[in-house]
Design a binder for this molecule. Structure first.
Ligand code: GDD
Ligand code: MG
Length: 322
């Protein structure tokens, strides 16, 4: 079985962390998100994966190489961002011969991909999408069911009156006929331009998933995903933490040095940062190679862009240092 992974987005809501690192390479419980996904796919006997890359493409290829977890990897680079549908069309020549999987590259889940594919074949729709029940569907693609889990309506990011709280979990089994529904050579949103039409044709099936699931869209999702996988916060290789320093509900990337008596709470700190002694950081996002002097207090919601040097307190909440 083959899979296409959408990993070319810009991850705007995860700035400034996503300036230097594509979202799929953000570490979670010791390894990048993409590694968690590929590991899951390898147990479902996926033998080949196509990485649909665009933004920061070379970092992804550099990290994964030609093969990982027994999966042969191919990199399909877009000349310009093609959205969530265009990259599928671009990979047609590699995927036209049998049903295949498509995954958003920012989803942490325990979806049984082999079971999804079996159900897809049994139901015989052009597309089978994994659905997850959530409290607030407005951030996602929401569906209305007909009989026997056929989807009658698909609405991407419904502003109000979502048809149900079952949403697109970002993992699909598709039949090669899907290529007839995706235009060539331009940006296409599969959620806005393809799925609504398939629903009308009764060619969209919903595979309900009730396990754990997180879309890593904003920093709080990222922190939540880390907690879901491990009791201990992720601390990258080569990172040093001084005595009496307290790190709670936070993620620290690699090769960062943190002094003594410092407190870091509910925050993400990038790689190669230097954070002094007696520093207090709460609800902040700090990118790579930032230097923070001793005794500094960083207000809640602060975001600091790469390579900044912080020598005075940041007192107003939600400040962006860029
Ligand atoms: N190659 C490539 N090119 N990939 C892209 C592009 C592009 O131009 N744009 C986005 N992607 C990738 C992103 O990197 C991400 O892995 C995936 O496509 C989905 O994009 P997001 O930007 O994360 O979309 P979303 O989270 O707002 O919504 C999508 O996911 C939800 C579930 O998490 C939609 O599929 C929703 O319907 C869905 O509910
Ligand atoms: Mg997403």
């Amino acid at each position: 079985m083959k899979a296409l992974l959408l990993v070319g987005g810009k991850a705007t809501r995860l700035k400034p962390l996503s300036i230097t690192r594509p979202k799929c390479l953000f570490p979670l419980a010791g390894k990048p998100i993409i590694d968690h996904i590929l590991e899951g796919l390898s147990t479902a006997s996926v033998s080949e994966a196509i990485l649909a890359v665009n933004n920061l493409a070379d970092k992804i290829e550099e990290h994964l190489g030609p093969e990982k977890y027994g999966i042969k990897l191919r990199y399909n680079l877009e000349n310009e961002p093609l959205g969530t549908g265009g990259p599928i069309k671009l990979a047609e020549k590699h995927l036209h011969d049998e049903d295949f999987l498509v995954l958003n590259g920012d989803i942490l889940s325990f979806i049984d991909y082999a079971e999804l594919m079996n159900r897809h074949k049994e139901e015989g729709s052009i597309a089978s999408i994994t659905l997850k029940q959530v409290e607030d569907p407005s951030r996602y693609g929401a569906v209305r069911f007909g009989t026997k889990d056929r989807i009658l309506e698909f609405i991407e990011k419904p502003e109000r009156d979502a048809p149900s709280n079952w949403i697109n979990a970002g993992c699909y089994a598709l039949s090669p006929e899907i290529f007839e529904y995706i235009p060539t050579g331009r940006k296409v949103s599969i959620e806005r331009e393809v799925y609504p039409g398939l629903a009308v044709k009764e060619q969209l099936y919903g595979y309900r998933y009730t396990g754990k699931w997180i879309d890593i869209g904003v920093p709080s999702d990222y922190l939540r995903a880390d907690k879901m996988l491990s009791d201990k916060p992720t601390v990258g290789k080569g990172t040093l933490i001084g005595q009496n320093t307290k790190i709670t509900d936070s993620i620290i990337w690699e090769n960062t040095r943190i002094g003594t008596n410092t407190s870091i709470q509910n925050s993400v700190i990038g790689s190669h940062c230097t954070i002094g002694n007696n520093v207090k950081i709460t609800d902040a996002v700090i990118a790579d190679n930032v230097r923070i002097e001793d005794l500094i207090i960083i207000a809640k919601g602060t975001k600091i862009w790469p390579n900044k040097h912080i020598e005075t307190n940041i007192t107003s909440p939600n400040t962006e240092i860029n």
